[in-house]
Design a protein around this ligand. Structure first.
Ligand SMILES: Cc1cc2nc3c(=O)[nH]c(=O)nc-3n(C[C@H](O)[C@H](O)[C@H](O)COP(=O)(O)OP(=O)(O)OC[C@H]3O[C@@H](n4cnc5c(N)ncnc54)[C@H](O)[C@@H]3O)c2cc1C
Length: 399
């Protein structure tokens, strides 16, 4: 008999969500999380409407909303500083719910506690140093200077960006070229609106600036540019972050009298993924399976969808090897659509050069007049509408 049904490597949103969902179904679950206490790593804090719907399906919505979650209903798209209208996302998306924002470390802690309450065992401050795939897969972990090996029916790699479980499990990683980056910082006492998010695109300068309100004058701000420009990290770069955000079109008054409430850090936007994230008793979810360009804000929604689809696959089939393959096939379809839509958005909003300028000169006036030309996948999720040649032509203004 294995020691557990499931061992998750990592107790971030993905690891904690699947642990809670499976513990509630009577599985013996162990979560191994290397951090003793979560801190601000500058991670996702805007959960798209389709992610909120997944949170409801998974039974983690109440935990997120009651522990600091915030509904900022609207979405204001600004092209070179001019608003093309504030969209009510609950009224205009397939999931018909508002997006949610939260302080990521707090949400991680709340979900992990919820998993523990549901019966999962949580080992904080323990680091997995190896995974052995096979009919009865195992992990080797280290904590308090001791090393031990534990077996499970299934190992879930939920260890995020730079996943080591990918490597230990024998998966082949794929990666897009490094084209753009996103820098983020939490700001308090901002005069920014608290009832809608702001996305400012300055495509002819290949820049983007984003603001996601969290209530009480707190908001997560991001600024993104091409990888040919230097990124920005640390306190000394905060003035440059603000300057560039304002130059891109984020209103200067949002920063007046405001102050940083966390670190400034920059991350590459290159997608990195594996095809078919199940192999020999080891399954990958969340960023470990597919890290998508955070410029488009889809990572947490995809992570929760992964956890939900894996839960449903494991519930539907006693043969967990078959369930792992079923999950992996579904994951590939979801990610392919997101990856395609992201590459279209990068081509219109971020790519530099005369060809890209000609492309957006055709597309942008039509997008400004008719927002339904933008593939709604980023709000309504993969599967909500086809991401095909007809959708591409509409987005690129070719018809
Ligand atoms: C700058 C930035 C902005 C983003 N903005 C958004 C956004 O607005 N909306 C959105 O939806 N997504 C966004 N994302 C993406 C989002 O943060 C991720 O998709 C999401 O956090 C992935 O969750 P996860 O559980 O897979 O991984 P993580 O949150 O990274 O969790 C992995 C966990 O595994 C633990 N771990 C790792 N290795 C080990 C080990 N060997 N042993 C034990 N524990 C281990 C880590 O400590 C960590 O707690 C953003 C990402 C970045 C970087």
């Amino acid at each position: 008999m294995p020691d557990y049904d499931i061992i998750t490597v990592g107790g971030g949103l993905g690891g904690a969500a699947i642990a809670k969902a499976m513990a509630e179904r009577g599985a013996q679950v162990l979560v191994v999380e290397r951090e003793a206490k979560f801190k601000d790593r500058v991670r996702g804090e805007w959960l798209a409407p389709w992610g909120v719907a997944e949170a409801r399906e998974l039974g983690v919505y109440e935990t997120l909303i009651s522990d600091g979650g915030y509904h900022a209903a609207g979405w204001d798209t600004r092209l070179a500083g001019n608003s093309i209208g504030i969209r009510d996302l609950a009224a205009t998306t397939t999931p018909a719910v508002h997006p949610m924002t939260f302080f990521h470390p707090r949400a991680q802690q709340a979900l992990l506690e919820a998993a523990e309450k549901a019966g999962a065992k949580v080992r904080n401050g323990a680091r997995v140093v190896g995974v052995q795939p096979g009919a009865t897969p195992s992990v080797t972990l280290e904590s308090n200077g001791r090393s031990e090996s534990l077996t499970a029916r299934m190992i879930v790699g939920a260890d995020g960006r730079g996943s080591m479980v990918r490597k230990w499990g024998g998966f082949e990683s794929k990666e897009d070229p490094d084209q753009q980056w996103l820098a983020g910082i939490l700001i308090e006492n901002t005069a920014a609106p608290m009832d809608y998010s702001v996305a400012v695109f300055n495509p002819f300068a290949s820049r983007i600036a984003l603001m996601f309100p969290q209530g009480d004058g707190r908001a997560r701000f991001y600024f993104g540019a091409r990888s040919s420009e230097p990124g920005m990290s640390g306190d000394r770069e905060v003035p440059r972050f603000i300057q560039e955000s304002v130059k891109t079109g984020m209103p200067a008054e949002y920063f007046e009298g405001a102050s940083p409430a966390g670190a400034l850090a920059t991350f590459s936007g290159a997608d990195s993924w594996v095809d078919h994230p199940y192999l020999d008793g080891v399954v990958l979810i969340g960023d470990a399976a597919a890290q998508s360009d955070q410029t488009w804000g889809q990572g947490m929604a995809l992570t929760l969808r992964d956890a939900r689809i894996l839960r449903d696959a494991l519930a539907a089939d006693d043969d967990w090897n078959a369930a792992g393959h079923a999950y992996a096939e579904s994951h590939d379809r979801q990610f392919l659509d997101l990856h395609t839509a992201e590459s279209w958005s990068t081509a219109i909003f971020m790519e530099p050069g005369p060809e890209a300028d000609a492309r957006r000169a055709k597309a942008l006036p039509q997008l400004a007049m008719d927002q339904t030309r933008v593939p709604d996948i980023f709000f309504s999720g993969p599967g909500s509408a086809p991401v095909d040649e007809a959708a591409r032509r509409r987005f690129f203004g070719e018809e």
